[in-house]
Design a protein around this ligand. Structure first.
Ligand code: MG
Length: 170
């Protein structure tokens, strides 16, 4: 792929089921974009279950037409058990850079009924920018509820959408 003078867009989506955290259930600590947010429920997953990082990873990979997160890091792989999702994100970032691209901006949405994310959004966006070695202004994060409807609205799942724009590496 010739990256000069080219823009690429990518979209990523992920959802994780939420269960009570230990000792009451199998939920892992609730982590979003590498930031642990206090909550009595957390994702059930093979890796650390960072739904936002998974969506961003897939958006980056999708933008360059690379295999997706499930192809690269299958949940059947022992090597990925309990993995920190920053490992997946860094690999996606390495791949876009190796293809000659850098991040222009990304627009992210997390949807969950609880916990409230308003006070954590800036820290989560800053952590993603740090991991992706870009200015914080390039990472926009929105948080919404699901209006108490369906699994997400009943607090039984958390969902994330990511759209990223890539441009030629300067
Ligand atoms: Mg996932």
């Amino acid at each position: 792929m010739d990256a000069s003078n080219t823009l690429r867009i990518g979209h990523g989506y992920d959802l994780h089921r939420l269960e009570p955290t230990a000792p009451d259930g199998p939920g892992r600590p609730f982590v979003l974009g590498g930031v642990q947010v206090p909550h009595d429920r957390g994702p059930v997953s093979h890796s650390d279950g960072d739904v936002l990082m998974h969506a961003v990873t897939d958006a980056l990979l999708g933008a360059i037409g690379a295999p997706d997160i499930g192809d690269l890091f299958p949940d059947s792989s022992e090597a990925c058990r309990d993995a920190e999702s920053s490992r997946f994100l860094r690999e996606a970032h390495r791949r876009i850079q190796a293809s000659g691209f850098d991040i222009v901006n990304m627009d992210l949405t997390v949807i969950c009924e609880r916990p409230k994310l308003k006070e954590h959004k800036d820290l989560i966006a800053a952590e993603l920018a740090r991991l992706l070695e870009c200015e914080p202004a390039r990472v926009n994060l929105k948080a919404k509820t699901h209006e108490r409807v369906d699994a997400v609205g009943e607090g039984r799942a958390v969902e994330a959408h990511a759209v990223v724009l890539l441009g030629p590496k300067s």
